[in-house]
Design a protein around this ligand. Structure first.
Ligand SMILES: [Zn+2]
Ligand SMILES: [Zn+2]
Length: 351
């Protein structure tokens, strides 16, 4: 089949070395598009979220991080061209990226657990160029369909926030209506999404935060109770919890574990750091607790989440939108903290 050779005109951001001494580079590009492999899709990026994980990538915490690379795993945009074997998408379709692709053939993939694919090698921002760019090439299995009506900034961040929370609560956590759910780091991207999803599914939600200033907003999002605990000690007086979602890590995990009822479940997500916590194994054994690790959602989970979002829109919290050329400043803003929602890079925002 004859396909005309396209020239990609746009820009991309490059991470050239680990750390914060060198700014991310912003490069204007006008180069011929390499021929797409059979299962690849070329996407014109509209927006890309700046995630806390991008900072971990930049710091070089993953031993398999490659350089130079275009950061970003939260891109949303429009399909421009597809490889010969692509079936899921066609030019003009709206799509967004998941964290990585999946092979479709390993035991995890055959079980529908594509985000646990054992052979996935296309990891945006770490092993493959990501979404801090006007264009991204992605295997079709690393993309999910997004409705046209969704604002680009929302579409970009939905997978890593609401998708992750949905998978953790529903698929991994087995959340049922009427259960009591505890969410730590409830003001964060995954946390505030989890509060909304759990409340929507009929759970009684206990939100844990470090500062009182978040309490009113979390109640408005559906939390029945908000516990302010600056020191990570909050297990007293919470009452028995069926399912906990710990989005913080070592600072909150021990207390979150202590809140669980006999047979309770806790899903840990978020900070991929070299943190250690001490566990009393006897406590876990005698109470029959389940500790589960969570990460990004599958395309099927995104479809279910998007159906809920269509039915009654969730509050997707975006602190600000910056132009792609300000990617370095955007990462430094996220690093400084104190934001109310995500920072998103836009390919159409004013310079
Ligand atoms: Zn992310
Ligand atoms: Zn697989």
């Amino acid at each position: 089949m004859h396909r005309p050779r396209m020239t990609v005109t746009g820009a991309r951001v490059r991470l050239t070395e680990a750390g914060w001494d060198t700014d991310l580079a912003y490069e204007v590009i006008a180069e011929p598009l390499r021929p797409l492999e059979d299962h690849e899709v070329l996407v014109r990026v509209e927006a890309c979220g700046v995630c806390h994980r991008d900072l971990i990538d930049r710091a070089g915490r993953f031993p398999f991080q490659t350089y130079p690379i275009t950061p970003g795993h939260e891109a949303a945009g429009v399909v421009v061209a597809v490889g010969a074997a692509v079936r899921a998408f066609a030019p003009g379709d709206r799509v967004a990226t998941m964290h990585r692709d999946s092979c479709g053939e390993c035991a995890s993939c055959l079980a529908g657990e594509t985000s646990l694919c054992e052979r996935s090698a296309w990891v945006f921002g770490i092993l493959a160029d990501g979404g801090y760019a006007t264009h991204v090439i992605a295997p079709e299995r690393a993309l999910f369909a997004v409705p046209r009506a969704l604002p680009a900034a929302e579409a970009a961040v939905l997978h890593c926030t609401f998708g992750t929370a949905y998978r953790d609560l529903v698929t991994l956590g087995g959340l049922r209506a009427g259960e009591r759910v505890l969410v730590t780091g409830a003001n964060g991207g995954v946390g505030s999404a989890a509060v909304q999803i759990a409340a929507r599914l009929g759970a009684e939600v206990v939100a844990v935060v470090r500062a009182e200033s978040h309490a009113a907003a979390l109640r408005a999002l559906g939390a029945s109770a908000v516990i302010v605990a600056a020191d990570g000690r909050f297990s007293e007086g919470v009452g028995k919890i069926d399912l906990a979602l710990d989005t913080v890590g070592a600072a909150t995990f021990p207390a979150a574990l202590r809140t669980l009822r006999v047979g309770g479940r806790i899903v840990v997500v978020g900070n991929i750091l070299a943190e250690r916590v001490a566990l009393n194994l006897g406590y876990i054994i005698t109470l029959g607790l389940r500790i589960i690790g969570g990460s990004g959602a599958t395309a099927a989970e995104m479809e279910r989440l998007l159906a809920m979002h269509r039915e009654a829109p969730f509050a997707v919290q975006i602190d600000r939108v910056l132009p792609l050329s300000r990617a370095d400043a955007a990462q430094r803003l996220v690093r400084a903290g104190g934001l109310r929602g995500r920072v998103v890079l836009s390919c159409s925002a004013e310079e």
